[in-house]
Ligand binder design. Structure first.
Ligand code: ATP
Length: 580
């Protein structure tokens, strides 16, 4: 018997028989049901045809029942087309190109319906126009990337219960999904007892089931619920090509600046208020690109006055000139500009201590002052007088909202003042560097060993950022701001730039000071310590961080902290950690 079974199995393997399904339902019903299922499944692809059929049906009905209503149909068409073009209403589209498409499609469809109401669907040119309209308007619809992505995601969500069974996450559910530029993200609810660790362990299986490239799926825990997580699916590698700048997103200096995107397609957001920034990288690494992203945002902020120093003859900053209140392009102008910045910060510091206010809150009437320096090493070489002022601004400017934004190709010890300037720069952006040791010079000592491998960055605009909230080595790519973007943005905001407040302007207009390198007074150092304590996180700053912020010795820092603690201006949060 067993031998017969074996022979039979072998025979059926060699001579496979067609599978004969015997449905319980009548064949016609089963056939209709599968057609209906297919029509429903491909509803997005077939939408232009369905829309054409609906138009033909409604047109025919209106022609027979309300032939004289065609002007009303035409009027409604105009109103809806205008609303879709301006607001995306009622189609729920936001992007400009999508709104334009919606308005055109509405106008064509409504125009055709008005004509069909008056003349009848079968009148000769109308039928041809309908078919042509379906084909012509269907082409952008069928090729639209976001629509296709949305359909793919819908299908994945639909098929998820089966996929989840296959990959060992049975019982998990996709609650919602959103399509974006890089792919899509879904909120998932796990079966009781499952955790995000189970999902992370199955990421390769998920990638295989979804048919993505390896590394395309990331999973993040929902911070409010242990049984929920977000699954991010990257359809394209965000760093594969240049990423177009979406335009300014900041409307005040208090808004973080969006510099670009990390490898997992999350946006790089960096807060600039009361912080100095250093951008370093070898030639053609994209330093001016990063400066342009920052400037493109700052020109849109009505609470920032911008000054620029560009000793490469204004090559980089000149296009922003309509938005810069001052631009120094020679070794003579640069120290004068920085000396004026020091005068502004001194006047503000004096006013703040008189009014007993600790920090300068930028507003359009009392704006912050941001000084952008392209190629800082050039400044150190050709205008050494300016360096003392720049360091003074770096040390004392934060509390009074006078900030530096410096780019440098050669982050030499000399240019960086032996690290004194760098230590004041709490935002550091490191693009591609030629030598490994430059990573330590731009970012921080020992950081190369911690995985910040900027020497391996392989395309312009790629960078690492070290700043508040960015303490891990994650590769990012800056948005690409084209020359046209720069020109358009500069023209757009040129008329909206604020002026310095009267106090700061008076400090500049006052008697000209001799260009001596500023002396560092104990009041300066104390204000640097106070501003560091003011900006300290809730758990305070450690003594080495305060030593770095002031450039002073441990003993000096301890002495001042105890004196400030006695006056109630500083407190020890935990052992060895202080804040205001
Ligand atoms: N974010 C970016 N994405 C893609 N390409 C970029 C990006 N930033 C810059 N580039 C390209 O890299 C090239 C050099 O950029 P950029 O001028 O900003 O470099 P740089 O470091 O300022 O150079 P230099 O040291 O000579 O001033 C340009 O051709 C630019 O188009």
């Amino acid at each position: 018997m067993r031998a017969y079974g074996r022979r039979h199995r072998r025979w059926t393997r060699r001579h496979p028989q067609p599978l004969l399904l015997v449905p319980d339902e009548p064949v016609l019903l089963v056939g209709l049901a599968s057609i209906a299922r297919a029509l429903f499944r491909y509803r997005s692809e077939a939408a232009p045809i369905y829309a054409g059929l609906v138009l033909a049906g409604v047109g025919s009905l209106l022609h027979h029942t309300h032939r004289s209503a065609w002007p009303l149909v035409a009027l409604i068409t105009v109103l809806v087309a205008v609303a879709s073009g301006l607001r995306g209403f009622p189609w729920g589209v936001e992007r400009r190109e999508e709104r334009a498409y919606a308005a055109t499609a509405t106008a064509v469809a409504g125009g055709w319906l008005s004509a069909a109401t008056a003349l009848g669907v079968s009148s000769r040119p109308l039928f041809t126009v309908l078919v042509l309209g379906i084909v012509v308007l269907g082409i952008p619809w069928w090729s639209h990337r976001r629509r296709r992505a949305r359909v793919r995601v819908d299908r994945v969500i639909h098929a998820w219960p089966d996929l989840a069974d296959t990959i060992g996450l049975d019982g998990s559910r996709v609650m919602s999904a959103v399509v974006d530029t890089w792919g899509w993200r879904a909120r998932m609810k796990l079966k009781p007892g499952q955790s995000v660790t189970d999902v992370v362990a199955r990421v390769p299986a998920i990638e295989s089931a979804l048919g993505t490239r390896p590394g395309a799926v990331r999973v993040e825990q929902d911070p409010t619920h242990a049984g929920r997580c977000t699954m991010r699916v990257l359809a394209v590698d965000p760093h594969a090509g240049a990423i177009p700048w979406p335009g300014p997103t900041a409307t005040t200096l208090a808004d973080p600046i969006e510099l670009g995107v990390f490898e997992d397609a999350t946006t790089v957001r960096v807060p600039l208020l009361r912080r100095h920034a250093l951008i370093g990288g070898t030639t053609d690494s994209g330093k001016s690109g990063v400066l342009n992203v920052v400037l493109g945002n700052l020109v849109a902020c009505p609470d920032v006055v911008l000054w620029g120093i560009d000793l490469k003859g204004g090559m980089e900053l000149q296009p922003w000139a309509p938005c810069l209140a001052r631009l120094a392009t020679t070794p003579d102008e640069a120290p004068r500009l920085l000396a004026d910045a020091v005068a502004v910060l001194e006047a503000r510091a004096h006013a703040s201590s008189r009014d007993n206010s600790r920090v300068w809150e930028p507003t359009p009437n009392a704006p912050a002052l941001v000084i952008v320096i392209d190629e800082y090493a050039e400044l150190a070489d050709t205008a050494p007088d300016a360096v003392g002022y720049a360091e003074s601004v770096a040390r004392r400017g934060r509390a009074v909202a006078v900030d530096l934004l410096a780019a440098t190709q050669r982050p030499t010890q000399k240019a960086m003042g032996g690290g004194a300037l760098r230590s004041q720069m709490s935002i550091r952006v490191c693009l591609r560097v030629r030598e490994r040791r430059d990573v330590d010079l731009i970012l921080d000592k020992g950081i190369l060993a911690a995985g910040w491998h900027a020497h391996t960055l392989d395309a312009p605009g790629k960078f690492y950022v070290l700043a508040d909230g960015h303490n891990q080595p994650r590769r990012a790519r800056a948005y690409l701001v084209t020359d046209d973007h720069v020109r358009d943005t500069a023209v757009r905001y040129a008329d909206q730039r604020p002026e310095l407040d009267p106090l700061s302007q008076a400090a500049i207009d006052g008697p000209r000071r001799a260009l001596e390198p500023p002396r560092v007074t104990s009041a300066d150092l104390e204000s640097a310590l106070l501003s560091a304590l003011d900006e300290a996180p809730d758990d305070g700053l450690a003594i080495p961080e305060l030593i770095k912020a002031t450039g002073m010795s441990r003993t000096w820092v301890y002495d001042r902290l105890h004196a400030l603690a006695t006056n109630g201006r500083a407190r020890q949060v935990t052992r060895g950690r202080w804040r205001a």
